[in-house]
Design a protein around this ligand. Sequence first.
Ligand code: FES
Length: 498
Amino acid sequence: MKSIWKEGLNNPGDYPTLTESIEADVVVIGAGITGLTVAQQLAHPGKRVVVLEARSVGGGCTGGSTGNLYSTLASGLSSIRKKWDDEAIRDVVESRAEAIDHIEATVAQFGIDCQFQRRPLYRLLTDVDSQSMESLESEREAMTQAGLHVMTEETPPLPFPVTRGLRLDNQAQFNAFHYVQGLARALGGLGVTLYEHSPVRDIDYKRGIVETDGGRVIAKHIVHATHTPKGVNLLQTEMIASREYAVSARLNDGSYPEGICFMLDPFHSLRSYQHQGDTYVMAIGEKHQTGEGQPESDHYQQLRAYLTTHFNVKEIEYQWSAQQYSSADGLPYIGRAHINDHTYVATGFSADGLTWGVLAGMVIGDLIRGRDNPWHQRFDARRFTPLKSATQWAKENVSVAKHFAKDYLSAEKLKALDGIVPGQATVATIDGEKLAIHRNEAGEFSVLSAVCPHMKCLVHWNEAETSWDCPCHGSRFDTQGEVIEGPSYSPLEKRHSS
Ligand code: FES
């Protein structure tokens, strides 16, 4: 089963692969919502803008997102308020509202058919425990302090009762995959050159050279719009990579939720979507750290159970998952990278990446054009916030250390390859080397080094997505070792393939 967002597009773009050496003013790595917004800001006569996409336009996290746009944050503003202050949450809300307005204006400007609609957002409780009530009240206070007009809502459009809730009007929903496909098409007409299936393998920052398998781009400005920067980057030590799941179903009755419903106990996000003449309800949740915890298929099962418990489900037809990177101090990192003044990053978006991605595109576009941007200082990627970041930094690096230590020191028992049944995979030690072994349904083996090329942690098998996932900084690889996403430039090394 795949993502509902990628269905129903009559004419997806088809862009060439880079096979030569070219020059540009700006090279953007990644054709998701962030990268294409950067390109949009820079698209004007005389500016040579090249976008390199490892797979296809919007095929990464943008195409696996929730399609929800909101000026607040999914995890709430009160935790940011505690770490920062009232001014910070006002900046969060104002900047994100600007990004949503930008999307709305772009949809109108280019006539993009992506079901953009203004919708309310709800934060809802189904329980009455005092702790949940208290945190809802502190969220109401934070939203109000941030300048939002928040209302009490006890009868949201849901087929099950809630005990307490908040409503925020004038948020939005759309199909982000259709949006970026439409934007990419429009940018082609404005002189932006786009290449698909052109994964970046190396960057020479001194000379401004970005290498792909088949070519290279020589550019003054390099933008990492890849959700997390490619290669080894200081920011990766501060972020946690997580996965979150989505399932989508038609119902036997018409009780589809309206707007963005954040159910808080425990956190699930609910929304509806029109697709090919039918309405679907979508549930998103079951977040966990990438490469850790129970088998990934269990998360899908739990999400399916949540949906069928709360709605009269006819059939679950779509399921997908997506990755998130959470910053240590709660705010995204947007702007110039540490390495030099001509390299830019946009990461740490947590669960709120569509809106942050657009904001990042607007900020980075202004930085490259030499314009002032009101949000640049607030989200500066070079900021140093040890006190606000301390808890997560410790958590993340204990986790990384655990994967270095545990995986290298306690070898699994050697398993005979024949013990792996078709469709299964395992990490095994053979002749002293950790190998990632997968057997496809036809019985053929793919044997790869299990050592992540990024910073040498060991990958773990994700049976729900049939991928090898690295728990350290979130690199993911397909069964042939090719990079799906994350900071690794290189694939897992091949050891044997039958
Ligand atoms: Fe960093 Fe694998 S993603 S070691």
